[in-house]
Design a binder for this molecule. Sequence first.
Ligand SMILES: NC(=O)c1ccc[n+]([C@@H]2O[C@H](COP(=O)([O-])OP(=O)(O)OC[C@H]3O[C@@H](n4cnc5c(N)ncnc54)[C@H](O)[C@@H]3O)[C@@H](O)[C@H]2O)c1
Length: 332
Amino acid sequence: MDFPFNVSLYFISLFFFIITGGLGQLGVGLTKLLREQFGKNNVILSDIRKPPNHVYHNGPFIFSDILDFKNLEEIVVNNNISWLVHYSAVLSAVGESNVTLAKEVNITGLHNILDIATKHALRVFVPSTIGAFGPSSPRDPAPELCVQRPRTIYGVAKVHAELMGEYYHHRYGLDFRCLRYPGIISADSQPGGGTTDYAVQIFHAAVKSGCFECYLRRDTRLPMMYIDDCLRATLEILEAPAETLPSRTYNISAMSFTPHDLTQEIQKVLPDFQVTYNVDPVRQAIADSWPMALEDSAARRDWGWKHEYDLSELVQAMLTHVTTGNQLVQAN
Ligand SMILES: NC(=O)c1ccc[n+]([C@@H]2O[C@H](COP(=O)([O-])OP(=O)(O)OC[C@H]3O[C@@H](n4cnc5c(N)ncnc54)[C@H](O)[C@@H]3O)[C@@H](O)[C@H]2O)c1
């Protein structure tokens, strides 16, 4: 039988997305991926900042402050939103310097998201983090289920988000999905004040000046992931049939390395690159309380998670992107 339209596109267009806090390190990339999959006009990017021109002209953008319940609810209703990807956050290092703001955005904001999603039967994705573990969690690796007593307001808020999302799932049937991201490394978007930011900054320094001062000790091993793997994992968990997800919060893992490991890998390409260390006690204390590796067998078993980038592929990809980006800037 012939259909007058493309059936798969018809079903796909039943999903309308909004991404909160979408102008940060991860949101623009995820928006691009979702628009490729679900259609440009079915994915609204939102934030409280003004977008750069290339983002503004690439598809729907809207102002949305997650602390303004009514405004967010109006956007959800007027745009027939069915999926809410909640990326707004105040990250670990910034959170420690402004606990009041971190509490508001990361806890009150999350309550607004969960209440609106439940009221309007949305599905919700909220990322968690390695920061949701603490010094009393097993650190190498941190399993899916274990003691979680983080020492940062960021981590406390993320544990709260995991528990509240799972509670709403069991109590109200909310389709809540959550991945604990490692530190994410990206070339064309800047990190927003986390403890793993050095692993992005180091590439820009390596290409621009050939030297870098690192704020973490050389032997600080943390779980990390290239952005392409992170965004693909996110798309995969969004698309996974609900019945394949016995858990609602999953660890995902790709690689773990220290600043020294990363330096040595970069030096294979740029042998003159030099790193010095000037430890920031606040970020070092945070890193020392986080896991060195994540155990992610449940994600691999339940929805087929598989990373593609290890340390050497990560370094090649980052150096290529950062070098090309710099050449483009110089050419203009
Ligand atoms: N980047 C990482 O390495 C990493 C690792 C683990 C988890 N995560 C999580 O992934 C998500 C996205 O991270 P990111 O690195 O893109 O963060 P980011 O800090 O780069 O961006 C966060 C965005 O939230 C926006 N925001 C702040 N207050 C807001 C408010 N009141 N209303 C609406 N938006 C507001 C900011 O303007 C910013 O654009 C966050 O939830 C973060 O906790 C990120």
